[in-house]
Design a protein around this ligand. Structure first.
Ligand code: S3P
Ligand code: PEP
Length: 427
């Protein structure tokens, strides 16, 4: 689907959609528990992939008035009667690869072309170390992946630089292993806040995980535990809200976004980023209300190590800011739905912005955005970020715009409701 976007001014109030990351975990942990209600889940293409995968492994999940009522597997996933298709969801693939190692039989996991090009070898290596018979069918670490069960637990080490999802996946499965696991992190643990969310939610379910940071980072995971998540309400999503907040900052408009309470989400960092760039941002954390008033922005240095999903948003903010912005420590941003460093460099160059792409960084010199026919790279975050740039530049089209269904199905409807000039061009 293509959209056309014209110069826009926005104003008013919106509610942030609920968190994709928290929803994935609530469904998965609920499905490993006995019985659970997940309230206000994000129902998007990615989280519905997790619902479908958990059902394949034996959970019963029903949508009731917008909530999810789950009859769980009580820690014992079954052997699916068919291949698990995670569609476009990397989180679903990683979590389910680890969870299916608890089943007494073979599980095949696949996904769309993007998923079948994303790396998983560090996770497969550790699962093999933990007695799991698991391999990728093309022997390249990518899906399709075959998991033949056998998770025991042991001491293992994993590189933390590529994806925190490998660690989250192991934290999800190892408490159900038959022997204790000690997982040591080699190098920097990128996207660390997502692991914090995983630990937080497992502890909500009564699962014990000891985090030892006395000498590097180690996760000590006792075996033979039980999951007991009964009732969980999903918080608002700062990654999705970042597009709404940044739009106001870029357009010199004022917007208020509700349902944004403090949580372990690293992408709440967007508030500090906007302040550092010169926007006026009020956050009533108690009420969960963020108000942004746009001012002339200035370039900053942004370390993307903990917050990879903010990179497209920060890149378009940088495009309209005075001076230079360096987005650094960002190599892991290349392993998402697409190589987001390259995608943003190509598309912002089409809009007349000077942008230098290096292995783990983007250097962006703010300037005058020109309208263009842009490619969305079938990546929801590229499409949503480019929409903001287009609202400044005007006379812009963006293709693969349907990919917003991955994390924010109502993005175009909601941003149009506060003034964005957007027209759907074709299906
Ligand atoms: O665990 C999660 O929910 C996520 C972890 C991050 O991936 P990496 O850990 O691979 O950076 C992030 O990009 C993704 O959108 C969601
Ligand atoms: C990369 C993302 O998610 P996933 O890794 O689950 O595909 C994302 O939402 O930007």
């Amino acid at each position: 689907m293509r959209v056309s976007v014209d110069v826009s001014n926005i104003g008013g109030e919106l509610n942030a959609p609920t968190s994709k990351s928290y929803t994935h975990r609530a469904i998965t942990i609920g499905a490993l528990s006995c019985e659970c209600i997940v309230r206000k889940p994000l129902l998007s293409a990615d989280t519905l992939a997790t619902v479908a995968a958990c059902e394949k492994l034996g959970a019963k999940i029903e949508k009731v008035n917008g909530d999810l009522h789950i009859i769980g597997m009580k820690g014992k996933p079954g052997v699916p009667d068919d291949v698990i298709d995670v569609k476009n969801s990397g989180t679903t693939l990683r979590l389910m690869t680890a969870i299916s190692s608890l089943a007494n039989g073979a599980t095949v996991l696949t996904g769309d072309s993007s998923i079948r090009g994303r790396p998983n070898q560090p996770l497969l290596d550790v699962l093999n170390r933990l007695n799991v018979d698991v391999f990728s069918t093309r022997n390249n670490g990518c899906a399709p992946i075959v998991v033949r069960g056998g998770l025991k637990g042991s001491a293992a080490e994993i590189d933390g630089s590529m994806s925190s999802q490998f660690i989250s996946a192991l934290l999800m499965a190892c408490p159900l292993a038959t022997e204790d696991t000690i997982l040591s992190i080699k190098g920097e643990l990128k996207s660390r806040p997502y692991v914090d969310i995983t630990v937080e939610m497992l502890q909500e379910a009564g699962v014990k995980i000891l985090v030892d940071e006395s000498n590097g980072i180690k996760f000590i995971i006792p075996a033979n535990q039980q999951y007991d998540l009964k009732d969980y309400t999903v918080p608002g999503d700062f990654s999705s809200a970042s597009y709404l907040l940044a739009a106001a900052a870029m357009l010199g408009s004022c917007i208020t976004v509700h349902n944004l309470f403090p949580s372990k989400q690293g992408d709440s960092e967007i508030i500090n980023v906007l302040r550092l760039m010169g926007a006026e941002v009020q956050w009533d954390a108690q009420q969960g209300v963020v108000t942004v008033e746009g001012k002339q922005l200035k370039g900053i240095n942004f370390d993307a190590g903990a917050t990879p999903d903010l990179v497209p948003t920060v890149a378009v903010l940088a495009a309209v800011a005075d001076g230079v912005t360096v987005i650094g420590n960002a190599k892991h941003v290349r392993y998402k739905e697409t190589d987001r460093l390259h995608a943003m460099a190509v598309e912002l160059s089409k809009m007349g912005i000077m942008i230098k792409e290096e292995p783990d960084s983007l250097t962006i010199t703010g300037g005058k955005l020109a309208g263009a026919d842009l490619h969305g790279w079938h990546d929801h975050r590229i499409v949503m970020a480019l929409t903001l740039a287009a609202m400044v530049a005007g006379k812009t089209t963006i293709d693969t715009a349907d990919s917003v269904s991955i994390s924010y199905p109502k993005f175009f409807e909601e941003i149009s409701s506060i003034g964005a000039k957007i027209e759907m061009l074709d299906e």
